[in-house]
Design a protein around this ligand. Structure first.
Ligand SMILES: *Cc1c(COP(=O)(O)O)cnc(C)c1O
Length: 224
C-alpha cells in the first residue's frame, strides 16, 4: 500500500486555477501513506473516526491541519478539541454547543462547517435550508454562547448516483445556499469555505463553485 503520488500531483494541478483546497482523506490508511504526501507538501488531511484521528495525530507532525469530516458524536468532541483544524459535519445546535464548551476548555476557537443535506437519498445527517437559517440566526442572537466556535461555511455530499445532471443540481443548490448565507449573514465575517466534492465528483463540485474538496480513494486507493 502506498499513496498515489502521481494522482496527487495531477489533482493539485487541477485545483490551482480555482484556488481550491485539497483535503487528503486518509481514513483507514496507515500513517506511512500520510507521511508520503506530507513530504510532498500536503498539510490538510481528513479523517472520519475520532479514535483513529487521535491516534494518527499523535504519531504525525504537528504542522498537519486535521479536518474531521465524519459525523461527530457529542460525547467525543472533547478528544479532538485540543487540535482539530476544521470540523466539517456539524448539523445541530447541541453539537455546536458542545464543541464551543470543549474549545473553551482548550482556550481556543474551533472552526466549523455546517453540513447541509442536498440529496433526496435517505440519510440521517445534514440540515435542510430552514434548519440552517435557524441555526445561523440562533448563533447570532446568542453569540455570547458561541464565542469559541467560528462558522466558516458549508459542507455537503452529493447522492450516490452516476447521474451527472443530478449531482450538478445538488452542488449548485449548495453553492446558491452558500452565496445566499453570505449575503444574508454578513456578521459571519469568515464564512468562506464551501466543502463539496469527493473522488468521484470533485471536478463537478469545482465547476459548481466548491473551494474545498475531500479526496480519499484517488490518492490512497480504495478502502476495504
Ligand atoms: C470518505 C469520505 C470522503 C472521501 O471519499 P472518496 O470517495 O474516497 O474520495 C469525502 N468526504 C467524506 C465525508 C467521507 O466520508
Amino acid at each position: 500500500m502506498a499513496a498515489n503520488t502521481i494522482a496527487y500531483q495531477q489533482i493539485l494541478q487541477e485545483l490551482i486555477a480555482s484556488n481550491t483546497t485539497l483535503i487528503a482523506v486518509s481514513k483507514t490508511k496507515p500513517v506511512e501513506d500520510i507521511l508520503q504526501l506530507y513530504h510532498l507538501g500536503q498539510r490538510d488531511f481528513g479523517e472520519n473516526y475520532v479514535q483513529e484521528l487521535v491516534d494518527k495525530a499523535a504519531q504525525l507532525p504537528a504542522g498537519i491541519h486535521w479536518h474531521f469530516i465524519g459525523h461527530l458524536q457529542k460525547n467525543k468532541a472533547k478528544y479532538i478539541a485540543p487540535f482539530v483544524y476544521l470540523i466539517h459535519g456539524v448539523d445541530s445546535l447541541s453539537l455546536l454547543t458542545e464543541i464551543n464548551k470543549q474549545a473553551k476548555k482548550n482556550n481556543r476557537v474551533i472552526d466549523c462547517l455546517l453540513q447541509v443535506y442536498i440529496t433526496n437519498e435517505i440519510t440521517k445527517f445534514g440540515l435542510n435550508k430552514s434548519e440552517l437559517i435557524n441555526i445561523l440566526n440562533t448563533i447570532l442572537s446568542t453569540s455570547e454562547n458561541f464565542q469559541y466556535i467560528r462558522i466558516r461555511g458549508l459542507m455537503g455530499m452529493a447522492g450516490f448516483t452516476d447521474n451527472a445532471a443530478q449531482i450538478e443540481a445538488e452542488f449548485t443548490y449548495l453553492r446558491q445556499l452558500f452565496d445566499n448565507c453570505k449575503v444574508q449573514f454578513p456578521q459571519f465575517a469568515q464564512f468562506n469555505f464551501l466543502s463539496m466534492g469527493m473522488s468521484g465528483d470533485y471536478k463537478m463540485a469545482i465547476a459548481c463553485g466548491s473551494n474545498m474538496v475531500r479526496i480519499g480513494s484517488l490518492l490512497f486507493g480504495s478502502r476495504s
